[in-house]
Design a protein around this ligand. Structure first.
Ligand SMILES: *[C@@H]1O[C@H](CO)[C@@H](O)[C@H](O)[C@H]1NC(C)=O
Ligand SMILES: *[C@@H]1O[C@H](CO)[C@@H](O)[C@H](O)[C@H]1NC(C)=O
Length: 265
């Protein structure tokens, strides 16, 4: 019986609606909504711009649900989904805990809009793409450098977030430099008088951190280049990271979204 603490779950490039992680979290006493934002039903085929108003509607919808315990909810995102979650936490109200799995805290490839505010994209240059021995692409270096460090204009204003942020990082991330970005995010928070965020960093772990016991996805199609790219990570280390990261996520939400009923951590 509810009401339960609410969580919104957002995946990255690939589009569509992925609900398995939301379902797994719901088994731990949370009311979880997986949110699609492109390539699903009447949504745009490609995410050309990201409008925070769309995600704000999702927050309002969830908070008005009779089975959801307010006044705040949590956010969980992977990759581009993590950057969307960090933007939501920065711009929207009623969010009190945010988990970024291999997010960058930058507006990377496309601008993010909310009302009168636009965060410009950091940009990239595909000429920096490398090809691995197997013919699969490595896009680790395509992103433009962070000029100006944590005050770069493409950085998401994470110091505005009300609740704590948890950064989960794969040290062998080949999608982007999660490790570096989490450090820059931490610097930005501290420069603005906020506390250091919790950063959990896993060796031998790639970009695509999934729930425990999911097969490790070492490479797959990336819509940026429309070809297979490597995500990084070694199978054993990455699998162990997936088990630990899940425990950390559950305990973070359990702590910051209030007690859940029948927690099975
Ligand atoms: C959002 O948070 C405010 C301040 O805590 C609270 O008064 C309001 O009821 C919350 N909104 C919802 C829909 O729960
Ligand atoms: C972060 O990215 C790395 C490198 O691609 C990946 O191995 C790892 O699984 C990712 N971590 C998560 C939590 O997705």
């Amino acid at each position: 019986r509810g009401p339960f603490p609410g969580i919104i779950d957002i995946y990255g490039v690939g589009g569509g609606l992925l609900e398995y992680r939301a379902s797994l979290l719901a088994g731990h006493g949370f009311a979880v909504m997986a949110v699609a934002y492109y390539d699903f039903e009447d949504l745009p085929k490609v995410p050309n711009t990201l409008e925070m108003e769309y995600f704000e509607e999702a927050v309002c919808y969830l908070l008005q649900h009779p089975q959801v315990k307010g006044p705040d909810i949590g956010l969980l995102g992977l990759s581009l989904g993590a950057d969307i979650c960090l933007s939501m936490a920065s711009f929207l109200k009623n969010i009190s805990a945010t988990v970024s799995i291999n997010g960058s805290a930058f507006c990377a490839n496309r601008p993010i809009h909310y009302k009168q505010t636009t965060i410009p994209a950091l940009g990239y240059d595909l000429r920096r793409t490398k090809t691995t021995f197997s013919g699969i692409l490595d896009i680790l270096d395509v992103r433009n450098d962070i000029v100006g460090g944590c005050e770069n204009p493409s950085m998401i204003p994470i110091e505005k977030a009300k609740g704590p942020l948890l950064f989960i990082v794969g040290q062998d991330d080949h999608n982007w430099r999660s490790d570096l970005y989490a450090q820059v995010a931490s610097e930005r928070l501290q420069t603005h008088g906020k506390e250091k965020p919790q950063i959990i960093s896993y060796p031998g772990t790639g970009h695509y951190i999934e729930p425990p016991y999911f097969p490790v996805c070492l490479a797959s199609l990336h819509t940026l280049v429309n070809k297979a790219v490597i995500w990084g990570g070694e199978v054993r280390a990455h699998s162990k990271a997936q088990i630990d990261a899940w425990k950390q996520i559950l305990s973070f939400f359990g702590k910051h979204l209030g007690d859940t009923q029948n927690p099975r951590l």
